[in-house]
Write a new protein. Sequence first.
Length: 483
Amino acid sequence: MFDILSDKFSNAFKYIQGKSKISEENIEETLKEVRTALLEADVNFKVVKEFVNSVKEKALGEKVIKGVNPGEQFVKIMHDELAKIMGDANEEINLDRPGIVPILIVGLNGQGKTTFSGKLALHLKGKKKKDVLLVPADTFRPAAKAQLQTLARQIDVDCYDSDLSLSPKDLVLKAMEEAQKLHKNVVIIDTAGRLHVDEELMGQLKEVKDVLASYKPEVLMVADAMTGQEAVNVSKVFHEAIGVTGIVLSKMDSDAKGGAALSIRHVTGVPIRYVSMGEKMKDLELFHPDRLAKRILDMGDVLSLVEKAQENINESDAESMMQNFQKGKFTVDDFLKQMEMMNSLGSMTSILKMIPGMGGMLRQLGDLSPAENEMKKMKVIISSMTKEERQNYKVIKESRLKRIARGSGSTEAAVTDFLGKFKQMEQMMGGLSSMMKGGGFPGMPGMGPQKGFRQDPNAAQFPGMEGKQKKKGSKGPWGKGYF
Ligand SMILES: Nc1nc2c(ncn2[C@@H]2O[C@H](COP(=O)(O)OP(=O)(O)OP(=O)(O)O)[C@@H](O)[C@H]2O)c(=O)[nH]1
Ligand SMILES: [Mg+2]
């Protein structure tokens, strides 16, 4: 979502690249461009003014550090200031206190409250090991209850059977009694939305918050990032009327310009706690200002990538793949698992963006969806292969080829094409594996066998490295293949 801003920033930095020193004159152009970029991204004008002044002051006051060029120094200042306006470190709501913690989810109509309630429940259940009760408290729109119930079933979390004829305040009190009985740790209350800020709704929410006072409720306001400055203004009104303890930015996967993310904390004084990034239940991220600043400045976000991998990649799958890899074996099943692991981390674009310096390159590459479609087609072909074929594709001859093509709704040529690509991958994997095992590059000392790796005499080598192979022409994993 910060693509345009990232582009404009990197253009702005061009003016100081190659300069030996930052001076009032040579940062003038850069600051002007930074200012325009922020305003165009719909960042609050007061925030822009303060931001630019602060960057200027820091940049001019900065001592020249040996070995660091002014361009790099300027990016570092931009990073620190961006992180600062978004609110320093991530502060997740504190749930490690005795008693039940009620979390009231508030916001205007259609902002993503119900979706977020489900996402938060899943996050707290999984990551924080909390026992959660979801409570539908939208008494205006009966369908809202069914929507939350469906989500609750999907993520396997209890949902309270609210009596919608009660007032929200009474309904919530009853739900808390139920939560006590069930020994729940957290109660997530999904409230009604309205088209505009209206007094009746504010009064009702205030009442609900007040009856929960003894539990010290958290109040999370969900604001649609796509609405830009409107999200900022509405959050301010909500905070003044009922007191909000955190903001959730929803629909950050959309092409919102980013203005809300960059201004909301500064304008309201309320920290952004979570970012909602899609319609699926697992599309939730903690808000980390410093990481977001890095993404905006195209410095990558390796930490988030590693965390995503830890959360989503099944360890035993990764382990069995590694074992195969060390044996110099790479099967179609391994390949499928690899694709699934990639998918579980998000779209190709979103993964690549987290790698430092890839943002700019991605923008040059343009749309990656053809590559993603290609992966989808491969998956369909693999799903038509038998277990035996996935373990050893070389058994695939004419009749099997026909069957796979029919089963996957593709052509024989497409299946042959896939097998050809797979063979290339197998060769690459085999080569890598033998290098790890100590084959090493010929003539390179110090790259001999490593401790802990089993030496396999039949290990595959890179083509042209036969000298290391036990017997010339012996069957490596890609030995005399089918093709
Ligand atoms: N792309 C995207 N869509 C979202 C996100 N969060 C919610 N939505 C979609 O936005 C629409 C509204 O979401 P809800 O969760 O029903 O919003 P709500 O605030 O509960 O709406 P009301 O209860 O009617 O006030 C749904 O179609 C959701 O699928 C998000 O992070 N990204
Ligand atoms: Mg709702």
